[in-house]
Design a protein. Structure first.
Ligand code: NCD
Ligand code: ZN
Length: 473
């Protein structure tokens, strides 16, 4: 093979896909992988990464991050958020619309696109907001390049009001016609508001009051409602941050019926419980809350049997003073996670909770499929973007909040001992992280190109669009 156009070779590592782990060298020309071949076949290239003793993985694709800009750049900006992603082995992110202004108008989208284009270290998609007042703007947002939509069915940081069911259904009808996927924060707002108010009146301000305000039934109801609307309209659906075992049966049944619904869970739901809430307090306040012991096992099982498709982080940075009040209601919800996901989950691989192949499936392969960017992303094969992570599975470290690239040092993982390390991260052929040090260039990250499968709208003749045009008798 001629190496004329090969400018980088990752040599001597083990290349991982959902179905195989093979010793292979990876040749890269500019932004693309051009060959994955048996060790030693390729002549020397101008640049080489010695991956001996390491594993070579597709970069993680995170369906759920909050980078806060515009509006809350003191919590995070696109530079620090995507730097954190790169250092954690995440090469693509999908960023949420609860910024200020929220990403529900063309102007707000443009503001965010400019922030992202100027600063991103990794590739990105931007979510548009689906809310009560912007149903007539959804198609414009699609035209202007959003990657998908987010509907806050329940209140969370940013306090964006949940749309009415009427608006949500109409929004889904529109997204269905375009084949777009809508992510939902599936919690029932009226149950939560009533419970929180009653507990505040009763003087409860302890960490577990947060859990009590948001019982699993909130998710059961909202997941069921979202699935009903998605199935009726044919809109693609994505369930954000699945935290409990309770709504899994709805999702399992929906998938069996052929509903295009994908589901994510996060490291904190897989590895933490209310026991940690009592020690971490406001730092661990998150929506939905981490649950009592026992739920995590059910989430692991759901990953293994396919009801949950992928691991996302819900990277939700806040400042220490926003998370430290003794009064749980005064603590902002969420914490950073994009930089720690891969080392923590690879530590679970070492602990035998999943295979490395499964990890690749859940961190890269499945999200690439869900967001229509496979096989450009999510796989190491000729023709794909060179979004690659080289990791060590026998060198760990202790997570230290001060070493995070996020502006938020409020990690709940401070002191966690990993048994794995992200050594190199490549984004479209560029080395962004080398020997665990950020060397990339801010602004290299690009909007992710997507090609969703053909739209499959249902009940079109009963959609708002059709009925307002129907003849009157
Ligand atoms: C997220 C945030 O801070 O933006 N917070 C959280 O508790 N998860 C919002 C969200 O994803 O619900
Ligand atoms: Zn959410």
């Amino acid at each position: 093979m001629s190496n004329n156009n090969i400018n980088l070779i990752i040599r001597g590592g083990k290349v991982v896909s959902p179905s195989s782990t093979i010793e292979a060298d990876v040749a890269i020309s500019d932004e693309k992988i051009v060959a994955v071949v048996s060790p030693g076949v390729l002549p020397k290239a101008e640049r080489e990464i010695d991956a001996a003793g390491h594993y070579v993985l597709p970069g993680a694709i995170d369906s759920h991050v909050h980078f806060r800009e515009p509006g809350y750049a003191y919590k995070e900006d696109w530079g620090t958020g995507t730097a954190a992603a790169a250092c954690g082995g995440t090469t693509s992110v999908f960023e949420m619309p609860n910024t200020n202004p929220p990403t529900g108008t063309l102007e707000a989208l443009k503001l965010k696109q400019d922030c992202a284009a100027a600063q991103a270290y990794v590739d990105y998609g931007i979510y548009g907001l689906l809310d009560e007042d912007n149903i007539d703007v959804l198609e414009d947002l699609i035209g202007a390049g959003v990657s998908g939509f987010k509907c806050f069915m329940g209140n969370t940081f940013g306090d964006l009001p949940a749309p009415s069911d009427g608006a949500m259904l109409e929004g889904f009808e529109i997204l269905a016609r375009h084949g777009y996927r809508c992510t939902v924060h599936a919690e029932n707002p009226s149950i939560m508001a009533r419970r929180q108010e009653r507990m505040v009146q009763a003087g409860r301000t302890d960490p577990l009051a947060h859990l009590a305000a948001r019982p699993e039934v909130c998710a059961v109801e909202a997941v069921g409602r979202a699935v009903a609307f998605a199935e009726w309209t044919g809109a693609r659906l994505h369930i954000a941050h699945k935290s409990s075992k309770d709504a899994l049966y709805i999702l399992k049944d929906a998938k069996a019926r052929g509903v295009d619904v994908t589901v994510e869970t996060c490291p904190h739901y897989l590895l933490m419980s209310t026991d940690d809430m009592t020690t971490l307090g406001g730092a661990l306040r998150v929506n939905p809350p981490v649950r009592e012991p026992g739920h995590a096992e059910a989430l692991w099982e759901a990953l293994h049997e396919g009801t949950i498709d992928m691991i996302a982080t819900d990277h939700a940075p806040h400042q220490p003073d926003e998370k430290s009040s003794k009064n749980i209601w005064e603590c902002d919800c969420g914490f950073p996670g994009v930089e720690t996901q891969m080392p923590i989950m690879l530590t679970q691989v070492n602990a035998g909770r999943m295979t490395l192949n499964q990890y690749v499936k859940w961190s890269a392969h499945a999200p690439a499929h869900a967001w229509g960017c496979y096989p450009n992303k999510g796989v190491i094969q000729a023709g794909s973007d060179a979004d690659i992570v080289v990791v060590s599975l026998d060198k760990g470290y202790i997570i230290d909040r001060e070493n995070l690239h996020s502006k938020s040092k409020m990690t709940v993982w401070h002191g966690f001992e990993t048994t794995a390390t992200v050594a190199w991260t490549l984004v479209r052929g560029r080395t962004v992280v080398e020997n665990s040090v950020l060397i990339g260039e801010s602004g290299w990250g690009k909007k992710i190109e997507q090609k969703m499968p053909e739209p499959a709208p249902q009940n079109i003749e009963k959609s708002m669009d059709a009925i307002v045009k129907a003849p009157r008798f």
